[in-house]
Design a protein around this ligand. Structure first.
Ligand SMILES: Cc1cc2nc3c(=O)[nH]c(=O)nc-3n(C[C@H](O)[C@H](O)[C@H](O)COP(=O)(O)O)c2cc1C
Length: 370
C-alpha cells in the first residue's frame, strides 16, 4: 500500500470509524464501497499467480467471509486487488441475526469479538445481486460461503445447504461449507465426521451435474463444478482435527478453510468477557498451528485456505509456508485499512525472492519440509 494511503486510513479514517459503533461503521463502509465505480489496478506479478483445486488465481490473497455477507461490494474487492473474495455466510432465508450489541472492538489486541449469528438477506437477494453483475467480469474469483438458518431444526440442516447449492452454485468459483461459526447453536457439531458426510453428500447431490463456464455469472473457472471446501474451527483439539482430515480425504473434499473465529480467551492472552467468536491478531498463532497440522496430516495433498490474524505480508507468508495455498483476512482490514491486500502482495513478492522461490506454490508448506 502506498504509505500515504496507509497513513490516511490509520490517521484520519480509522479514528472516525472507531467513534461509531462497529456495526454502523461496517454498514457505512460497505455502502460506500458498493457505490464506488472502481477499476482493478495493474495486473499482478506472475509469481503471485497460482492454481488451486483447478481454479486459477491472479494472487493468493482473499477477503474472508463475513465482511460482505450479502455480496454488495464485489467490484470494490476486485479493485482493492484481492485474488478472491469469500462472500457470505449466506443462509437460505433472510434472518435478523442475534440481538444487539453483538460486535466489539478490542483495539489493544487488534482483535474483534462478534456474535452476529448470520444476519443477512438470504439466498434470493444474493442471487439477484450476483445475476445483475455486469458481464465485464472481475479478474477476482468468488467463493460463496453457506450456512443454515438459525431456526432450521437439526434434521433439516443438510437440506439448507442443498437449497443454497441449487440456487447459488452456478455463481461460485468455489463453495465453502461453513461448519464452524460459534454463533449458530449446534453448528460446530456438524464437524464430526459422520455428520460432515451428511452435509457434503447433500451439497454434492444438489450440485448441477455441470455448470457450463458461459453460464457462470461472475468468473468462469476451469473445473466443471465449483470445488467444495469445509471451514473449520480453531477450537477443535488435535485428535478432532485429525478426524476432520481423515473425513475430508475420505469424502474427497476439495479443500479446508482454517480457521473460523475462536472461543478461547485467557489461553491466547485476552481477558475480555464478551461472548462470541474472537478474531484478529491473538488468533494468528493458533490458526497457523491448525493449518500446519492439516497440511501434515493430509501429507500436503489437501489444499488449505489459511485465515486467522493475518495483518501483514509476514503473517500471510507464515501461513503459506505452514501449508496454506491461499490466505484470507477480515479483522486485519479493520485495523490496517483497504490497502492491506496490495501491501501483502508487494511483501509476498519480496519474501519469495528473499527465499529463492519462483512461485507461491513453491513456498506452500516449505516450513513443514525443513
Ligand atoms: C464480524 C465478523 C463476522 C464474521 N462472519 C463470518 C461468517 O458469516 N461466516 C464465516 O465463515 N466466517 C465469518 N467470520 C470469520 C472470518 O471469516 C475469519 O474466519 C475469522 O475472523 C478469522 O480471520 P481474521 O482474524 O482475519 O478476522 C466473521 C468474522 C468477523 C470478525
Amino acid at each position: 500500500m502506498p504509505p500515504e494511503l496507509q497513513n490516511s486510513y490509520t490517521r484520519l479514517l480509522r479514528p472516525l470509524l472507531f467513534r461509531l459503533d462497529p456495526e454502523t461503521a461496517h454498514r457505512l463502509t460497505i455502502a460506500a464501497l458498493s457505490l464506488m465505480p472502481l477499476k482493478r489496478p495493474a495486473s499482478d506479478p506472475p509469481e503471485l499467480a497460482t492454481t488451486v483445486f483447478g481454479v486459477r488465481f491472479a494472487n493468493p490473497v482473499g477477503l474472508a467471509a463475513g465482511l460482505d455477507k450479502d455480496a454488495r461490494a464485489i467490484r470494490a474487492w476486485n479493485a482493492l486487488g484481492f485474488g478472491f473474495a469469500e462472500l457470505g455466510t449466506v443462509t437460505p432465508r433472510p434472518q435478523p441475526g442475534n440481538t444487539q450489541p453483538r460486535m466489539w472492538r478490542l483495539p489493544a489486541h487488534r482483535a474483534l469479538i462478534n456474535r452476529l449469528g448470520f444476519p443477512g438477506e438470504g439466498m434470493e437477494a444474493v442471487a439477484a445481486r450476483l445475476s445483475r453483475l455486469p458481464k465485464d467480469r472481475p479478474a477476482m474469483r468468488v467463493a460463496l460461503n453457506f450456512g443454515p438458518n438459525k431456526d432450521t431444526p437439526p434434521e433439516r440442516v443438510a437440506e439448507d445447504y442443498a437449497a443454497l447449492t441449487r440456487r447459488l452454485a452456478h455463481f461460485a468459483d468455489m463453495i465453502v461449507v461453513n461448519l464452524s461459526s460459534p454463533n449458530t447453536p449446534g453448528l460446530r457439531e456438524w464437524q464430526a465426521p459422520e455428520r460432515m458426510r451428511a452435509i457434503v453428500d447433500a451439497v454434492r447431490a444438489a450440485m448441477p451435474s455441470t455448470v457450463p463456464a458461459e453460464s457462470r455469472a461472475i468468473t468462469p473457472s476451469n473445473p466443471p463444478r465449483p470445488p467444495i471446501l469445509v471451514k473449520i474451527a480453531p477450537d477443535l483439539n488435535s485428535s478432532q482435527i485429525n478426524e476432520v482430515c481423515a473425513a475430508a480425504v475420505d469424502l474427497a473434499i476439495d479443500g479446508i478453510v482454517a480457521t473460523n473465529t475462536t472461543l478461547m480467551r485467557e489461553e491466547i492472552g485476552v481477558s475480555a468477557r464478551f461472548a462470541g467468536g474472537l478474531s484478529g491478531a491473538p488468533l494468528l498463532v493458533r490458526s497457523r498451528e491448525v493449518v500446519a497440522q492439516v497440511y501434515r496430516e493430509t501429507s500436503g495433498r489437501m489444499p488449505i485456505i489459511g485465515v486467522g490474524g493475518i495483518a501483514s505480508a509476514d503473517d500471510a507468508y507464515g501461513h503459506l509456508c505452514a501449508g496454506a495455498s491461499l490466505v484470507e483476512f477480515y479483522t486485519g482490514m479493520i485495523y490496517r485499512g483497504p490497502g492491506l491486500a496490495r501491501e501483502i502482495k508487494r511483501g509476498l513478492v519480496r519474501l519469495l525472492a528473499r527465499d529463492g522461490f519462483r512461485s507461491i506454490s513453491e513456498a506452500v508448506g516449505s516450513a513443514a519440509r525443513k
